[in-house]
Design a protein around this ligand. Sequence first.
Ligand SMILES: [Zn+2]
Length: 155
Amino acid sequence: MSCELCGRESRGCRAGVIDGVKMMLCPDCMRHGEGVKDVAPTPTGVKRAVFQRIRRSPPKDVYKGMEKGLVTNWSDVIKEARKKKGLSREELGFKIEERTVTISKVENGDLRPSDKMIAKLEKELGISLLEKVKEVATTHHSSAGLTLGDFIKHE
Ligand SMILES: [Zn+2]
């Protein structure tokens, strides 16, 4: 018998209820819910939802690491820098341990270089491919200290 919540194999699995969903629970998971005698089959989807609610990891901060963005003309920057150094795509690929086809794709703008590749390109070519992402201009229309009260008073 395996626990329907954590999937662990356990002899101690018993019918239990978590958030109103009946399932087989190991002693560990039983602590989240309460034991019952009869277990009616529950749709897997419901069980999964409970499972996710209990064991969900905190949401990833999607904005993390986005303070810096790739410059918009990165493909040109890389190509120009490589030519300046007098390197062929093969030679550059050899230096930064990337395949020539990868270099070509990146220079054509077909492939966004990985963060790792960006770091290697910057180091090898002496260029900067990352720029600070501009903050969205906030539109604070502060009317130089004038409040609605001022307008009323002067009218
Ligand atoms: Zn369990």
